[in-house]
Structure formats: structure tokens, C-alpha cells
Ligand binder design. Structure first.
Ligand SMILES: Nc1ncnc2c1ncn2[C@@H]1O[C@H](COP(=O)(O)OP(=O)(O)OP(=O)(O)O)[C@@H](O)[C@H]1O
Ligand SMILES: Cc1ncc(CO)c(N)n1
Length: 266
């Protein structure tokens, strides 16, 4: 079985972070492993508090996995502080995995900062240049390229600027613009739009985490980047369409909808 490793924060509510990543890995047919960078006390409504994990333990988790188990792809989510970014980047430089999908997580749906402002520069300097693919949403891309993105035309310009930061490829998610959620894939040569249909639901907790993990799983299985992104977009669209009305805020997506349907487990 192919494997994928998530390096991210824990979401006690189970819809985002490490929990979403492991579910998305399993649903997409790879064996999931995890390195926890921070623990959040979080539900569908809010992030109540965050405890960053000691850098030594972060490094040792990464070493424990890579020293023993083959890692076919890595997904990176919440990195919290400059020291966390640097610890993860240093460890990945040592092991040089083939595929690194970086979701540059900055702010939760409820507005809580999951990446300290001081860590943004570290992310740009140390983490983005190591990444095979980065998957910013519109507000994250605006911070990274320091300009407003209001239209799909702006997304094209921003993708070029994002690529200049050093990642090999870009998926700029359009879910935060009005209208249909169309994402832009750019590999430095060609642009491809991945068209979506907006699903009217408030249950979109962890959509970004789930999408980037599905991309990593598809890469682990040997798909090309464009194929990996296309399949992941189909997967997240189904997961949002059948999202779960749990909690009083933004409920989670249904990571296993198609498998449950096939197994008659609904
Ligand atoms: N209402 C929706 N209907 C269909 N697709 C959506 C909807 N909202 C977002 N998407 C898609 O879901 C994927 C994740 O994008 P989104 O912009 O929500 O990520 P995000 O803001 O990083 O999520 P989060 O930070 O909550 O994990 C993208 O492919 C986006 O186009
Ligand atoms: C731990 C964690 N990572 C990422 C996100 C972004 O959705 C979140 N809400 N929580």
C-alpha cells in the first residue's frame, strides 16, 4: 500500500487538520501517517485555544516515520510559529521526499489565526521553495503575493507571482470568490481551470485540508500532478455535497460518502 504523511495541527472537532487529513488519505486508498505540530481545542464554531508542540518532538516524529517507513507523499497543514516552520523545513531537507503538498493554512473559518504573523516570512523563505505544490485559498494568496484578488483574471496574475516564490506548481482555490468555486492550476507553463459548482451549505469545515490531502494521496499512488488535482477536486465536491450537519457552526465534509454508499452503510 502506498503511504502519505500529514504534518499538521490536530482539530478536536474532527473535521479539519490531522483528523481530516487521515480520513482523506484512507478514503483515497493510501496508508496515512501523522506528525502533529499543534493541538487545537476546536469545534465547528470556534478555535478556543492552541498549544504548539515542542520542536524537538516535532522533529522526532518526522525522524521516527522517515527512518522506518517509506513515505510516498507529504501534506503540510498548520505550522503555527516561525520555529515550527523552520523545524519542519529542516527535517524535510534531510529526507527529501518526492512530493510535498503545502496547504499554507493561516486563518480558521471562524477567524482564528493558526499561523502567527511572524511565521509568514518563514513560510515564504523556508517552506514554499521545498514544495512540489502549494494550495492557497484567496485570502492566503493575497497575503503571500501582497495584492488583492477580486476576479478570475486576478487569479491568473497571482498564480504567476505565487510560482515566483519557488513552489513547482500552484493550485489557487477560488472558493472564496463569488459565484462557482473554480480553482486555477498552474505548472509554470499551462493554466488549467478546475470548474466546480457551488453547493449551498454552511458545512465546509476542513475543505482545504481535505482537498490537499486527497492531492497528496493521489500523488502517492503515482498520478501526475494535474490528474491528482482533478481527482481531488471531484472528491472534495462530493464530500461537500454530502457534508454532515454536525455541531452548530460549520459542519464537516463527508470523507467516506462514496465508500459508504457502495457498502450500503448510510
Ligand atoms: N460551497 C462550495 N461548493 C463547492 N465547492 C466548494 C465550496 N466551497 C469551497 N469549495 C471548493 O473546496 C475546495 C477547498 O477550498 P476552500 O477555498 O474552501 O479552502 P479553504 O478556505 O482553504 O478551507 P479551510 O481553510 O476551511 O480548510 C476548493 O476546491 C473549492 O473550490
Ligand atoms: C488544526 C487545523 N488545521 C487547519 C484548519 C483550517 O481549516 C483548521 N481549522 N484547524
Amino acid at each position: 500500500m502506498k503511504t502519505a504523511l500529514t504534518i499538521a495541527g490536530s482539530d478536536s472537532g474532527g473535521g479539519a487538520g490531522i483528523q481530516a487529513d487521515l480520513k482523506a488519505f484512507s478514503a483515497n486508498g493510501v496508508f496515512g501517517m501523522s506528525v502533529i505540530t499543534a493541538v487545537t481545542a476546536q469545534n465547528t464554531q470556534e478555535v478556543r485555544s492552541v498549544q504548539n508542540i515542542d520542536n524537538r518532538i516535532i522533529r522526532e516524529q518526522i525522524e521516527a516515520v522517515f527512518d522506518d517507513i517509506p513515505v510516498d507523499a507529504v501534506k503540510i497543514g498548520m505550522l503555527s510559529s516561525p520555529a515550527t516552520v523552520e523545524t519542519v523545513a529542516q527535517a524535510l531537507k534531510k529526507y527529501q521526499p518526492n512530493q510535498i503538498v503545502l496547504d499554507p493554512v493561516m486563518v480558521s473559518k471562524g477567524g482564528h489565526h493558526l499561523l502567527q504573523d511572524e511565521a509568514i516570512q518563514s513560510l515564504i523563505e523556508h517552506m514554499i521553495p521545498l514544495s512540489t505544490m502549494i494550495t492557497p485559498n484567496i485570502p492566503e494568496a493575497e497575503v503571500l503575493v501582497k495584492r488583492k484578488i477580486d476576479t478570475e483574471e486576478d487569479m491568473l496574475t497571482a498564480s504567476k507571482a505565487l510560482l515566483e516564490l519557488g513552489a513547482k506548481m500552484i493550485l489557487l482555490k477560488g472558493g472564496h470568490l463569488q459565484g462557482n468555486p473554480n480553482d486555477l492550476f498552474y505548472d509554470g507553463q499551462y493554466f488549467h481551470w478546475l470548474h466546480g459548482e457551488r453547493i449551498e451549505t454552511k458545512n465546509t469545515h476542513g475543505t482545504g485540508c481535505t482537498l490537499s490531502s486527497a492531492i497528496a494521496a493521489n500523488l502517492a499512488k503515482g498520478h501526475s500532478m494535474f490528474e491528482a488535482v482533478k481527482l481531488a477536486k471531484q472528491y472534495i465536491s462530493i464530500a461537500i455535497k454530502h457534508s454532515l450537519d454536525l455541531g452548530h457552526g460549520h459542519g464537516p465534509t463527508h470523507h467516506f460518502y462514496e465508500l459508504y454508499e457502495k457498502a450500503n452503510l448510510k
